[in-house]
Structure formats: C-alpha cells, structure tokens
Design a protein around this ligand. Structure first.
Ligand code: COA
Length: 480
C-alpha cells in the first residue's frame, strides 16, 4: 500500500477508535436516563463477577503535566484506579527526578519509577509553536489536566484556565501549589518547606530539641492524595453540570489538614495545660503555642515508644505501647504490677496522667525482656494495642504486604526488577493496575497516532520541527 493511503487508512482507523470511545462515553451517560425509574438514575447493577467489570476510572484520560513528587503521586494513584495517564515531559530531559538520586547508571532513578507507574510518556516542548498545537489537541481529548509547576508557569505556556476552558469546557484543571492565595502564593515550595509552613515541624520532635521534619512525605504525597480526591469529586460534579472546574491544593493547607489535632491542642491551651502531654506530668509549664510532644500519643490514650530486647544493636528494636484504659488491668498483670489496678494513684486514667513517665519506664522493664514481635504476640492476645517499629527492610520483605499488592515488584527494561508501593486504597470491584514507569517519550508516537490521529507523515514532520525531540545537545538531568 502507498504510504499516503496507508496513513489515510491509519487515520480513519484512529478516528473510528476515537469516535467509538466517545460513543461508549455517551452511551454510559445516556443509559442512566433510560433506566432511571428503577434505580435512582444509576444503571442496573452489573452481573459480571467482582473485579471483572473494569476499573473505577476506566474511560478517564489525564493530561499529566506533573513533576517531582506531589503531582506524580496524584496521577499515579489515578492510573492505578484505571485512568489513562499521559505524562508530558520536556524532550531530552523529562521529569527532573529521572536523573536524581540514581542508583543504576543510565537507568531512571527509583525516585522516578516509584512515582510514575502505570503512566504513558510523551515528550513535547510546550513552548514550541508545534508543541502548543499538540497540547491543544490533547486538551480537547483529555478529561483532566494535572500540574504542579511553580506559580505562573502553566500560564506562561499559554495554558491559562480560560484558554483550556474554551477548548474543552468539560476539562478539570487540577494544581498543586505551595501556598494558597496570600502573601506566599508566588513561592516555590518543596516537601520540607510545606511541613514547616503547615504546622507539622513546630509540633514534631522533642521539647528540648529543634523542630523536626517527618519522613512521611505529608507535604508532597499528602497533597497529591488531597488533589486526587478533588479531581474525582470534580469529575463526579461534572456528571451533573457538564463542565469542568479548577481544583487547587496548597501544600500548606494539606499539611495543616493532616496536623489538625495540633490546631485542636492550640485551642485547648486556653483552658489549661494539655494533661495528656508528658510535659504535664514532668511539671514543665506550657507556653503560648502547641509544643512538641516527642512520642506522646496525641490522643486520649497515652502511649510511648519503648525499648525491646536487642535495642543495643538494632536501631529498630522498639515497640509503640498504648496504655488503653479498658485493658489497664491486663497491662498491670502483664508487667507484674497487679497492685496498680486498685492503687488510687494508678487505677484511673486521670490519676495516671501525672505519672506517665514512671509508668512507661516500668512497662519498658518488661518490654526489654522480649523482642518487638514477642511483645506484639503477647499483647495482642490480651487486646493491648501495640505496634512494632518496622524498618523499611522488614516492610520490603513482609509477605502479607506482597500478598495484598501494597508492595509490588515490577520489571523495568533498563534497571530490572524493582519494588514499588502499589495502590494503598483497595476497591473490591476495581483491581489495581500497577505497571512499570514509562521510559522518556516511550509512547510519543503511539499517543500522536492513536489518541490524536496524526498520520505517519505528519508525525515525521512534527519530529523534524523539533517540537517533540531533544535539541542537538540536550541538557543533562544527571544526578542532583
Ligand atoms: N516543555 C518546555 N518547558 C517546560 C516543559 C516542557 N514540556 N515542562 C516544564 N517546562 C518549563 C516550565 O514552563 C517552566 O518554565 P518557565 O519558568 O520559564 O515558565 C520551567 O520548565 C520550570 O518549571 P518549574 O515548575 O518552575 O520548575 P522548578 O524546577 O524551577 O521548580 C518546584 C520546582 C517543585 C519548586 C516548583 O515546580 C513548585 O513550586 N511547584 C509547586 C509546588 C510543588 O508541587 N512542590 C512540590 C514538588 S515535589
């Protein structure tokens, strides 16, 4: 077949596929009306076996303009749920994390691979006129645009909300920024800046030490999770309104949301000392703001981290022990202090509050005689809530996490097998779709052809224009 004819045929095929996709979407939208009377506007319950009725976000296409961690966390989760996530990257460079903290020479870093699974990658220079044209076509065909550029960067690319909304009024435009509107709205923000500005650092650590950041990425991954909920909600509202909207998650807001119990304590300070903080039992006065509470539990049931057998050599031989009131009697028997059950200084939770340090020191004398797993086994039989301090090594090797798909091994063409965290949200009718991350631009041709309907000669011409290929001497994104 002559190349031109071939291209025309491919174009017709692509257009047919695209209109079939739209028809399926339309059908899905029209169906409820037909069966509304019997089922509150919902289609009849599927008779397919659980897990075989597709994935939760099948049919949703995401234009993924995210980079580093916060945005990629969000779009990876949506991809796990079944969305078709098209990650747009700068030709020759890509997401900067591809080259950061590299452990295998020449291969994408684990930083990148663990945040970009189940996505497709297309390279487009968003500032090139032809690149802009391709992006406009993508805007028309996608349901959601997600980005976490520095403030103003998307507008500078010409992708203002007004422009996007004109091209595709149904599109949801979702952004992560460091701060919401206010004095810091133009600032660039990374994880630890958000932890500090969102109230986490000032309330983490020990009273006599400096503020501490936490290892859990509550600024980046936490905000990505918030954004995913915002996107799904906006898509749900779109079913009624027919139009998309902006979704904004500021990292400061996300961190504060996760640290809300500390804002609770800030307000409680007006009523007197925070009696569940061990500082109260130690007779140390409270200041004007919520203090750092070390390993205090932060809830109504006091807890602390205690040493276990082997702590001298193993930095993780510890257990979190909670002196939950209903099992106080069992705790007293276990640690050889049965008299505390009736002693007025220990028998009730308020009586115990000023003595927490002494109580936990006494419990520790017992935990020191057991491994953290023995403590777990003994205490759980007695309904005493405890938690072993698990290392990343232990988590990586834990069979039950592999069995549930929370830790998944995937294969990668240049780095080989690697571990990633699968979908932590389990849906009973939507199996998680956890696949390896894409190579830079791996799906460029496929997306231009299948999604956007460009013909082979057109793709060749686009390549020659420099809109999707790296300049002669590409900037290196080597290890930071
Ligand atoms: N083609 C051409 N240019 C592209 C491109 C593409 N495909 N993709 C990105 N760029 C350009 C952007 O347009 C921008 O250019 P401009 O500043 O000239 O307009 C440039 O790349 C850099 O984007 P920027 O977001 O400023 O990256 P940065 O590395 O300087 O800053 C952050 C990184 C994370 C600090 C910043 O993006 C940020 O504050 N984001 C919001 C908060 C956030 O998500 N932080 C957490 C990150 S885990």
């Amino acid at each position: 077949m002559a190349p031109r004819k071939k291209a025309a045929k491919a174009k017709t095929k692509t257009a047919a596929k695209e209109s079939a996709r739209k028809a399926v979407k339309l059908k899905a939208a029209k169906k409820p009306a037909a069966k509304a009377a019997a089922s509150n506007g919902l289609p009849r319950p599927s008779s397919k076996p659980w897990g075989q009725a597709g994935r939760a976000l099948d049919g949703v296409r995401i234009l993924d303009f995210t980079h580093v961690q916060s945005g990629p966390t969000c779009t990876q989760l949506l991809a796990y749920m079944g969305a078709d996530v098209i990650k747009v990257e700068r030709p020759g460079v890509g997401d900067i994390t591809r080259g950061q903290l590299r452990d295998v020479k020449g291969a994408d870093s684990l930083y990148f691979t663990m945040l970009n699974g189940s996505k497709r990658s297309i390279t487009i220079d968003s500032k090139h006129p032809r690149g802009k044209e391709i992006l406009d076509r993508l805007v028309k065909t996608c349901d959601v645009l997600v980005e976490n550029f520095a403030p103003g960067a998307l507008d500078r690319m010409g992708l203002t909300f007004e422009h996007i909304h004109k091209l595709n009024p149904r599109m949801v435009v979702a952004s992560v920024k460091g701060f919401g509107p206010g004095p810091y709205e133009d600032c660039k923000v990374y994880e630890n800046v958000a932890q500090c500005a969102g109230g986490s650092a000032s309330t983490t650590g020990f009273r006599d030490g400096p503020p501490l950041v936490t290892a859990a990425q509550i600024g980046d991954s936490g905000t990505g999770l918030h954004l995913a909920l915002g996107i799904v909600s906006a898509l749900y509202q779109r079913l009624r309104t027919g139009r998309g909207q902006r979704v904004l998650c500021a990292m400061q807001d996300g961190v504060l949301n996760l640290a809300r119990v500390k804002l609770r304590d800030q307000q409680r300070l007006k009523a007197g000392p925070l009696t569940e903080y061990s500082q109260y039992g130690e007779g140390i006065p409270f200041g004007k703001a919520t203090p750092r509470a070390g390993n205090d539990s932060g809830g109504g049931q006091p807890g602390w981290i205690l040493k276990c057998k082997g702590w001298e050599d193993d930095p993780d031989a510890y257990v979190y022990f909670i002196t939950q009131a209903p099992v106080w009697g069992a705790i007293c028997d276990l640690i050889g202090k049965p008299e505390w059950k009736t002693d007025p200084n220990y028998a009730t939770p308020p009586a115990r509050l000023p003595r927490l340090r002494h109580i936990f020191d006494t419990i520790e004398r017992w935990t020191l005689t057991k491994t953290k797993f023995e403590v777990m086994e003994i205490c759980n039989k007695l309904d005493i809530p405890v938690g072993p301090i698990l290392s990343m090594k232990e988590l990586a090797e834990e069979p039950s996490l592999r069995a549930t798909g929370t830790v998944v091994e995937v294969n990668h063409p240049t780095r080989g097998p690697y571990l990633t965290v699968g979908n932590p949200i389990k849906l009973s009718d939507s199996p998680a779709d956890v696949r390896r991350s894409p190579l830079l631009g791996e799906h460029t041709d496929e997306i231009l052809r299948q999604v956007l309907g460009y013909s082979a000669p057109q793709i060749a011409e686009i390549k020659a224009s420099g809109a999707i290929t790296a300049p002669d001497k590409p900037a290196k994104a080597e290890a930071a």
